[in-house]
Design a protein around this ligand. Structure first.
Ligand code: PLP
Length: 398
């Protein structure tokens, strides 16, 4: 570790609340799938900003939109109108289903909005069925909805009204429905939960069940949305259209903004004065959303994901044959999980030493969320480095 890195870390220790598990890497510049540290070393990033920079860092069209809008107006109060909010909302609706949009600043805030909307719509029915191993965010309601007790410990009492069932188990969801149930909340692919893909049949079964029992189907696509899996939204693989669609992360091409798309029939549930956020749907954020949509569309990034995803998974599956430590390879599109039989942390660190950035979740699952704009050569290089790290770790273990 160089002096400049050490100095920054020392100042963090003094002044920044220590709530994150951080690697000793100080990033000062980024472009596309590459980042540079404060000492000038270059890294290839296969997990850019937890998927936030999924168009690549500093996408030029998003940067141009940011600069252009910053010169006009950054924020206006939601008590007035501005021309970009309806355009961004319309674009989201065109990519999903007919409805109306509420803009938030983060994923968790989109989850909070959905919980409030479902409860108000339920008119007394307030229970929401959630999945084991799910992750919906760190604010109190989103945390209460999350199906991982480790994140909840010490923060009790949680918000009541969340009923946890095993993921991908339609019979368990069916059995959990009571006269108090108003909604089912699920991620089409559990990201933090270890890159676990919902079966298409599970999602279509949930859709049917929600129709039969008059429940809202809420899909958390905060990590899977905006093309990550090769369609605008991951539910589109199954055709199980939700009543509420939540998205964030890649939505603003790096700018912090989230959204809830609600079916048109739900447009009036949250009327004036029932829900708000000061910054949500700012002109700056909406300009970034529009630029992000334009990039995915005009640069044909969905096609790109669909063309390169088989390369990614073929390579990871071939690696599984060579490295016994790999238990399973899972995912869809540009969202991949490699489950190991042991802790993934040493592999993440070994990759970083090779100048490759990846993530590990659930202790043993290596997670890749490459930028949709990554080049074939970069992807090949990244996978070669990952392979090296895994093969070397296997050799050391024997
Ligand atoms: C599926 C899912 N939902 C919700 C969240 C929370 O989003 P945020 O961190 O923007 O609040 C995340 C973040 O990782 C997520 O992956």
């Amino acid at each position: 570790m160089g002096q400049a890195t050490e100095d920054v870390i020392k100042q963090y220790d003094a002044y920044v609340m220590n709530t994150y598990v951080r690697s000793p890497l100080v990033i000062t510049k980024a472009k596309g799938s590459r980042v540079w540290d404060v000492e000038g070393r270059e890294y290839l990033d296969l997990f850019p900003g937890w998927g936030v920079s999924g168009l690549g860092y500093n996408h030029p069209w998003v940067m141009a939109a940011l600069r252009g809008q910053a010169g006009r107006v950054v924020h206006v109060s939601n008590n007035y109108y501005h021309p970009l909010q309806w355009r961004a909302a319309k674009r989201l609706v065109e990519a999903s289903f007919d409805g109306t949009v509420f803009f938030s600043n983060s994923g968790a805030e989109a989850v909070e909005t959905a919980i409030k909307l479902a409860r108000r719509w339920g008119e007394g029915r307030h229970e929401i069925i959630v999945m084991e191993q799910s992750f919906h965010g760190r604010t109190m309601a989103a945390l209460s909805a999350t199906g991982q007790s480790k994140h909840q410990e010490g923060f009790e009492p949680l918000l009541p009204g969340f009923v946890r069932v095993p993921f991908n188990d339609l019979a368990a969801v069916q059995a959990a429905v009571t006269p108090r149930t108003c909604a089912v909340l699920v991620e089409p692919i559990q990201g933090e939960g270890g890159v676990r893909v919902a079966d298409d049949g599970f999602l279509t079964g949930l859709r049917r069940l929600c129709d039969e029992r008059r429940l809202l189907l809420i899909l958390d696509e905060i990590q899977t949305g905006m093309g990550r899996t090769g369609t605008w939204f991951a539910y589109q693989h199954s055709g199980a259209e939700p009543d509420l669609l939540l998205t964030a992360k890649m939505l603003g091409g790096g700018f912090p903004i989230g959204a809830v798309v609600a079916k048109r029939a739900l447009a009036g549930v949250l009327g004036p004065g029932t829900h708000a956020t000061t910054y949500g749907g700012s002109p700056l954020g909406c300009a970034c959303i529009l630029a992000a949509f334009e990039a995915v569309e005009k640069q044909r990034l969905l096609e790109r994901v669909n063309a390169l995803s088989p390369v990614l998974f073929a390579r990871l599956r071939a690696l599984k044959e060579r490295v016994p430590a790999i238990r399973e390879v899972r995912g869809r599109g540009f969202m991949a999980g490699v489950e190991l039989g042991a802790s993934g942390r040493p592999i993440v660190e070994a990759c970083r030493a090779k100048r490759l950035l990846i993530n590990c979740t659930q202790e043993t699952v290596l997670r890749l969320l490459p930028a949709l704009t990554i080049t074939r050569a970069q992807l090949d290089r990244g996978l070669a480095m990952l392979e090296e790290a895994l093969v070397e770790a296997a050799a050391q273990a024997t």
